[in-house]
Design a protein around this ligand. Sequence first.
Ligand SMILES: O=c1ccn([C@@H]2O[C@H](COP(=O)(O)OP(=O)(O)O[C@H]3O[C@H](CO)[C@@H](O)[C@H](O)[C@H]3O)[C@@H](O)[C@H]2O)c(=O)[nH]1
Ligand SMILES: O=C(O)[C@H](O)COP(=O)(O)O
Length: 318
Amino acid sequence: MDPSAREWLTTNSHAHEDFDAADLVEHLAAKGETLSVVIPARNEAATVGDVVSVLRRQLVEEIPLVSELVVIDSDSTDDTAQVAADAGATVHRSADIAPHLGSHPGKGEALWKSLFVTSGDHLVFVDADLTQWGPHFVTGLIGALIADPATQLVKGWYDRVLDVDGQAPSTEGGRVTELVARPVLDLWWPELAGVVQPLAGEWAATRSLMESISVPTGYGVEIASLIDTHTRHGLDGIAQVDLGARAHRHQKDHDLAVMAAELLAVVDSRRGGRPRPIDVAAQELQQFTREDGWRTRPVPLSQRPPACDQAGYPEGPR
Ligand SMILES: O=c1ccn([C@@H]2O[C@H](COP(=O)(O)OP(=O)(O)O[C@H]3O[C@H](CO)[C@@H](O)[C@H](O)[C@H]3O)[C@@H](O)[C@H]2O)c(=O)[nH]1
Ligand SMILES: O=C(O)[C@H](O)COP(=O)(O)O
């Protein structure tokens, strides 16, 4: 392992047990700072209610750590928005936020738009499709974020439970993580080799970081934010926290391949790759099966500029 990665592991790795929710409330209050939790959700009616209600009960009502619990509904066609609202979240449709800026599909778009409807100094992102998780995800992430003023971004890490039809459950989940993200980071950014889950959907960031970086509108948001934080702040700006184990709804291999293509496009752009024509919003991935023949999959490439430069972005101080 790269020596700086090894050193980082000893200094910037935490465990969720290191942090107590009541202590974190005091810490934030003493500094006059607040925490927003943002849950991006596209067609997650089956799980978003549990994620919201558990966080609301434990980290809003019992211990007031979370000031804003927000679900960004990302073009859902099911009851996600209603279920999330019934469970106690403030729900915004991604497409309705800052409408003068237009709308893109995608998770990155939902996170970027969340900056316009939240006010927390700190942001914790939590996926809406979790089936094995707990509120310690949030306490661990915010704890690690405020433990050191240099830290700008915290990645959660965990055992990745893989539970797909016809196979015994294992901890071999995180297929794009293991087959694409970690190898490509090892190749070009070996200093980041110690980040166990570079694609973790559970992560934390300071608002000042999030509002100042460009955000891919699709699934490239995690790898881009990690690379860009490293470029700006070095390893000192990044920490990680052990959150135990996590299970979620799995996508099929052919869908994950589109995600993988998005990540590779982000890596290409951060490596100074060949400029693309300005009007090309998506590349295409060709997939083949004997039953269905060739299928063309669009790969979203669009990226939002820093939110703080946008008309209508709430002005500080926060
Ligand atoms: O257009 C979309 C697609 C997804 N989501 C939500 O984003 C979260 C993660 O999406 P998911 O399809 O479950 O992604 P994964 O297959 O789990 O992908 C992993 O890798 C991605 C790329 O880094 C990360 O964005 C994910 O958080 C991480 O879990 C879920 O709450 C989705 O509902 C949206 O809000 N809008
Ligand atoms: O992080 C990943 O690699 C993707 O979320 C896929 O995870 P899975 O293989 O556990 O479905």
